[in-house]
Design a protein around this ligand. Structure first.
Ligand code: CP
Ligand code: NVA
Length: 329
């Protein structure tokens, strides 16, 4: 019997395959309830705090709606407006909030910060994205793959782009945990850290998963079931990096040709937000500076019938609800 009551949700390395599968099953059941309009206010009267030191649309909205659907109250603490970091340490903030709330979400900088928050908090802490990991995103991604193919074990998931960012790292971990074949296509200098690769390969030994790192996008994406990409420069990284990253990652853009190299029924995934056109302020700036109208994925692929990015985004809410429910029930 899986029992996650009182647990933190900081990175998937801390969870067994069985625990991850359990969260996916709970999320699937909650999704049905939500779609059928069946009330599920299982945590009536509880309260949670959401700390966001970086911007968010999906993660914030998912935590807020999930909490409200479960009958809970929510307080949002944004990048400005609280004492955190400026006048109050993480350790003090953790102890203050844990006295008032039943759970705390944190999105921000280093993984060590969310780990410290959890160390000092007597209530569960959930990682809403750090520089190193994005574990709630993974549950939504795997749920989307499962919905498409019925299972995840043995499926080939390929990440193209900055493979040592939070999403690249986390996809490698979840693939190892669930016995998927993970390939990352990136220039060597953007491969995930060797120690994390080694850890994931060790996990694969018992789950049947595999990890492949390659600089050759056609070799890496061959016969893929799902192709995934993310922005080339992540939140918090300096804007000066764009020029270098464009140079390094342009060959790893997910195009129609790349999708055609995968299995015929392959799907395209992206955590979002995505630069697939010039419809945003940043998209326009990049176009003016570097002449690119699309970056990590072409608009054609993003808008294609193979794209599951909006199903994936919806699944953020159902999976986050499962994490809140299972850790606080
Ligand atoms: N995918 C994701 O985490 O999106 P937000 O930054 O909008 O939360
Ligand atoms: N790698 C991206 C993910 C956003 C959801 C970032 O950290 O900005």
């Amino acid at each position: 019997m899986v029992d996650l009551r009182g647990r933190d949700f900081l990175k998937l390395l801390d969870f067994t395959p069985e625990e991850i599968e359990h969260l996916l099953a709970v999320a699937a059941a909650l999704k049905i309830k939500k779609h059928q309009g069946v009330p599920h206010r299982y945590l009536e009267g509880k309260q949670i705090a959401l700390i966001f030191e970086k911007d968010s649309t999906r993660t914030r909205c998912s935590f807020e709606v999930a909490a409200k659907d479960l009958g809970m109250g929510v307080t949002y603490l944004g990048p400005t407006g609280s004492q955190l970091g400026k006048k109050e340490t993480i350790a003090d903030t953790a102890r203050v909030l844990a006295g008032i709330y039943d759970g705390i979400e944190y999105r921000g900088w280093g993984q060590e910060i969310v780990e410290e928050l959890a160390n000092y908090s007597k209530v569960p802490v959930w990682n809403g994205l750090t520089n190193e990991f994005h574990p709630t995103q993974m549950l939504a991604d795997v749920m989307t793959i499962k919905e498409e193919f019925g299972e995840v074990k043995g499926k080939k998931l390929v990440f193209c782009g900055d493979a040592r960012n939070n999403v690249g790292n986390s996809l490698m971990v979840v693939s190892a945990k669930l016995g998927m074949h993970f390939a990352c296509c990136a220039p060597k200098e953007l491969f995930p850290e060797e120690s994390l690769v080694a850890k994931c390969r060790e996990i694969c030994a018992s789950t049947g998963g595999t990890i492949t790192l390659t600089e050759d996008i056609m070799e890496g994406t061959k016969d893929a079931d799902a192709i995934y990409t993310d922005v080339w420069v992540s939140m918090g990284e300096p804007a000066e990096l764009w020029e270098k990253r464009i140079q390094l990652l342009k060959p790893y853009q997910v195009t129609k040709m790349v999708m055609e190299n995968a299995k015929p029924n392959a799907i395209f995934l992206h955590c979002l937000p995505s630069f697939h056109n010039t419809g945003t302020t940043m998209g326009k700036e990049i176009y003016e500076k570097y002449g690119l109208t699309e970056m990590e994925v072409t608009d054609e692929v993003f808008e294609s019938s193979q794209s599951r990015v909006f199903e994936e985004a919806e699944n953020r809410m159902h999976t986050i609800k499962a994490v809140i429910l299972e850790t606080l029930r």
